[in-house]
Design a protein around this ligand. Structure first.
Ligand code: SF4
Ligand code: SF4
Ligand code: SF4
Length: 193
């Protein structure tokens, strides 16, 4: 029977580092840690990991607040002190390293500078590049694109536009636009109460 190799925390961290956003790095890490190396034998590590994942998910979803950031720091400190093995202590050290980058506070304030957390970005059409071909509108399943195709010998048409309230950020329009006229921009979300 083939041997199942246990995923090491160092390997998870290496994959997590492929994200640019510290919140996405930490969320990836903790999700993989829970589904792999976490054995559940001691309370501070197991409870801390589950709570950390909830707090990180809130920050990535644009629902996070300063209370989530403070909770993550507290969880990491408790895990560092009371975890029974190196895996829990290493996890605490990773969370601490990422929280100290300042990006967690930035997310709580409504911004993801790396543009990796979807609630913090918007898809927009660059009017200087749009040729009004209509390919994106045909590809959008959500009716989120407004615009009229350009007709030969007629001027005065406006570039296409994306209705933010309908856009699900599925990226289909980016894939099909022949002019690379659809871009993502970092947009602040309202600060949670
Ligand atoms: S610190 Fe180690 S022993 Fe404790 S739950 Fe985490 S992985 Fe298991
Ligand atoms: S596919 Fe690109 S160029 Fe064509 S209408 Fe859409 S944004 Fe404009
Ligand atoms: S990202 Fe998806 S939903 Fe949004 S405008 Fe493009 S195709 Fe439509």
């Amino acid at each position: 029977m083939a041997e199942i190799k246990e995923l090491k925390v160092e390997d998870i961290r290496k994959s997590a580092e492929e994200n640019s956003c510290p919140v996405q790095k930490a969320l990836y890490y903790i999700t993989e840690f829970i589904s792999g190396p976490l054995c559940g034998k001691c309370f501070p590590c197991s409870m801390g990991s589950y709570e950390a994942r909830l707090r990180l998910q809130a920050l990535a979803d644009g629902r996070g607040t300063g209370a989530d950031v403070r909770a993550l720091k507290r969880i990491a400190a408790e895990m560092a002190e009371a975890s029974m093995c190196k895996k829990g202590k290493d996890t605490a050290a990773f969370i601490t390293a990422w929280t100290s980058a300042g990006a967690f506070d930035e997310h709580a304030g409504g911004n993801c500078a790396a543009g990796e957390c979807l609630p913090f970005i918007e898809y927009r059409v660059d009017p200087d590049k749009c040729t009004m071909c209509g390919v994106c509108k045909d590809a959008c399943k959500y009716g989120a694109i407004l615009g009229e195709k350009a007709k030969p010998f007629m001027g005065g048409y406006l570039s296409f536009e994306i209705r933010q309230k309908r856009c699900t950020k599925c990226s289909e329009c980016i894939k099909v636009c022949p002019e690379k006229a659809i871009i993502t921009v970092v947009a602040r979300v309202p600060e949670a109460a």
